[in-house]
Design a protein. Structure first.
Length: 186
């Protein structure tokens, strides 16, 4: 991993962070399957189950980030915290967090690393710093949100001990499903 510093965002970082390319490439997707069936012993009640399964795509695809990059600067003003990864004095990635979406929980809304520097531990360093930030804010849980096509982020979440904890259909502005991975911090 390159020698990076993780620190809170400063105003001069914003134009450089907006210039980062947030798209990613994926060769897998988490496909949602919704099933309904009548419960034999419950009369008129129906049982609904939701399953996610990983599906390999026929080829790697470029996936645009769920939020338009021009909207990110506006979104940042409503975030509780933003941490920046810096290499040689330049921002190369960031994570943004929100408090009070759920009690005692920090919600990680964005995790972006400069494309040529991905898969070098920078995303992990940002998430570990986000965990520390959350602990200092008295959070007991950390939740990551992501698109079901974001296989690299899903793998990172699983590697760091996060577990699938929910989903929201039409969560993002582009009406894509949001999937959530959570981790208790004690």
């Amino acid at each position: 991993m390159p020698e990076i510093e993780v620190r809170p965002v400063i105003a001069s970082d914003i134009p450089l962070l907006m210039a980062l390319d947030p798209h990613y490439t994926s060769d897998r997707v988490w496909q949602m399957e919704l099933r309904s069936r009548d419960e034999e012993n419950q009369g008129d009640e129906q049982v609904r189950t939701v399953n996610f399964r990983q599906v390999r795509l026929p080829r790697a695809v470029r996936v645009e980030y769920a939020r338009p990059p021009r909207a990110l600067a506006n979104d940042w003003t409503s975030r509780s915290g933003i941490l920046v990864a810096v290499l040689d004095g330049l921002p190369i990635g960031y994570t943004s967090m929100m408090l009070n979406i759920m009690p005692q929980t920090t919600w990680v809304t964005d995790l972006i690393v400069e494309r040529p520097l991905r898969r070098q531990g920078i995303g992990s360093a940002l998430l570990l710093a986000a965990s520390e930030w959350a602990a200092n804010m008295a959070s007991q849980n950390l939740v990551l949100e992501m698109q079901p096509k974001n296989h690299p982020a899903i793998q990172l979440a699983l590697k760091l001990g996060f577990e699938l904890c929910g989903y929201n259909d039409r969560y993002y502005p582009n009406h894509e499903i949001g999937i959530f991975f959570g981790k208790s911090m004690h």
